[in-house]
Design a protein around this ligand. Structure first.
Ligand code: SAM
Length: 308
């Protein structure tokens, strides 16, 4: 979400010295599970490496500042989920102390930790970069919620849980960050109870674009946004029925605008943190995204779905 990923997209993603050791120590100390196994493309692996870097850097107060300015969420946000959208999801899913929630692509804990804090549910946060999960784990401990929060390093295309393990599933702009969208939807159906509900947001190219329009949309949107099949048919083929679909494209435009302004107002700090290329590439990317959304090339939707 914060343009660290945009700027760093062009860079070599070598980890800082000692990073691996630090990560191993933290993993043991904080006691989170690590279950990775699926084969992923070189591009997906590169994205995860960039995100490890991003989540490491997001410990810097300037990233927290920017995130708060744009989403007012109080966590490190890397999706476009706002606090009011998160509140709507809690209501739509009917989350409460009896709910067992799985948040896929959980990042550094937004919005999964917020769902648990507000509703009293238990939450399993699953993602690939360890650095984000460690931040989430620390935050859960700080907020006195450690017993209700589990962090798992794992792949959403091969969810390491038994069938029917969860009453609810959420994922925020995750399907546009991976290739095997249908496989993830199928896995979600496997691990959710027949009585469960799932909420997810996703960015997609607008329908019926001309060839150049679609190429422009794919260039501006998230790296794995391209979904050759509409979400409605992917959902029905993987065992889901759509309860509601809400168009959040206007909110996406607001988020891009707010991000451009938030980064500009923190320019000096961001340049110090990530370097000039990082800041300049970030701004270029946000402006490109904003113009694509204004031209009607990309859209964002919130889906509430239930087992068919
Ligand atoms: C847009 S970010 C959302 C992060 C966080 N939930 C938030 O809202 O700030 C998408 C997340 O999906 C994760 N992701 C991508 N592919 C994944 C996969 N195959 N399995 C699990 N997580 C994945 C990324 O690592 C990234 O953290």
């Amino acid at each position: 979400m914060v343009s660290m990923t945009q700027g760093m997209g062009q860079k070599n993603s070598a980890h800082p010295r000692g990073f691996a050791n630090w990560l191993q120590l933290c993993t043991r100390w904080l006691g989170h599970d690590s279950v990775v196994g699926m084969e992923r493309s070189a591009e997906e692996l590169a994205q995860t490496a960039r995100l490890e870097d991003f989540y490491m850097l997001s410990r810097s107060p300037v990233i927290q500042n920017v995130t708060d300015q744009v989403y007012g969420c109080g966590y490190i946000g890397h999706s476009y989920t706002t606090r009011s959208e998160a509140d709507e999801i809690i209501a739509e899913l009917g989350l409460n102390a009896d709910s067992a929630l799985l948040d896929l692509g959980a990042g550094a804990g937004w919005p999964g930790l917020y769902f648990a804090k507000k509703s009293g549910c238990t939450v399993t946060l699953l993602d690939l970069p360890e650095a984000g999960l460690l931040i989430a784990r620390e935050r859960a401990i700080e907020d006195g919620m450690a017993s209700r929060v589990k962090t798992v390093q794992g792949d959403a295309t091969n969810i390491p849980f038994d069938a029917g393990s969860f009453s609810n599933i959420t994922h925020s702009d995750v399907l546009c960050c991976l290739l095997s969208k249908k496989r993830v939807l199928k896995e979600c159906r496997r691990v959710i109870l027949d009585t469960g509900r799932m909420a997810f947001s996703v960015i997609d190219a607008a329908p019926n674009l001309s060839k150049p329009g679609r190429a422009k949309a794919l260039d501006a949107g998230p790296e794995f946004m391209d979904s050759r099949q509409p979400y409605s048919s992917m959902l029905s083929e993987t065992g889901w029925r759509v309860v509601s679909q809400t168009d959040l494209t206007a909110e996406l435009e607001l988020a891009y605008t707010a991000m451009i302004n938030a980064e500009r107002s923190n320019e000096a700090e961001l340049r110090r943190l990530g370097g000039d290329d990082y800041y300049d590439d970030g701004q270029t990317n946000w402006v490109k995204k904003l113009s694509a959304v204004r031209e009607g090339l990309i859209r964002r939707d919130l889906y509430i779905v239930a087992p068919a």
